[in-house]
Design a protein around this ligand. Structure first.
Ligand code: FE2
Length: 180
């Protein structure tokens, strides 16, 4: 389940409809596909098959042509270098579409107008960051995420850095890990 915060406004949303509405007005797609039971150590093929109805629906709606599963663990080789690529503000020439199967992650979205929004996503959450949208991404403390990715064109998914330093003003803090 996701948590949306707007640090500049000290605002926090957790209701699905409220998050969906807030994100829609800054053109970010959000949906809760929910958590389905999967075999332990499910293969990418099993994961894609389990969520095939949603994948097919979003592919058709968004013009996505391929889907894969990314699997990041604390012992993934080169993890720090990989994370460093995405924790600075950047944008892509195609949409960044992620559906979380396992683990968590923290997207910061920097809209054209309005304050930066942090969206912590977990199992069952789909986030669509449209092409050209400034954003950055961090893992949570357990450094674990398994997610379905949808692509319009894999070659477009390259980070273009803004070099704005905007990310320096925000802590990569996952609220699910902070005692409230
Ligand atoms: Fe990105």
């Amino acid at each position: 389940m996701a948590v949306l915060t707007v640090p500049a406004e000290n605002r926090r949303l957790t209701a699905i409809a409220e998050m969906e509405a807030y994100l829609a007005q800054i053109e970010i797609g959000y949906a809760c596909w929910g958590v389905r039971s999967l075999p332990a150590e499910a293969t990418p093929e099993e994961i894609l098959a389990t969520y095939a109805p949603e994948i097919d629906q979003w592919k058709a709606a968004g013009g996505y042509v391929t889907a894969d599963v990314v699997d990041v663990k604390p012992d993934t080789p080169g993890l720090d270098a990989m994370l460093a690529k995405f924790s600075r503000e950047h944008w892509h020439a195609e949409d960044e579409v992620r559906f979380v199967v396992e683990g968590r992650g923290l997207f910061h979205i920097h809209p054209e107008t309005g304050p930066v929004v942090a969206v912590e996503v977990g199992p069952g959450d789909l986030l669509v960051v449209p092409q050209g949208t400034r954003h950055w991404f961090d893992l949570c403390g357990d450094r674990r995420i398994r997610a379905i990715r949808l692509f319009q064109d894999v070659s477009g998914w390259t980070p273009h850095y803004t070099e704005s330093g905007a990310e320096k003003g925000f802590q990569p803090l996952c609220l699910s890990e902070v005692a409230s």
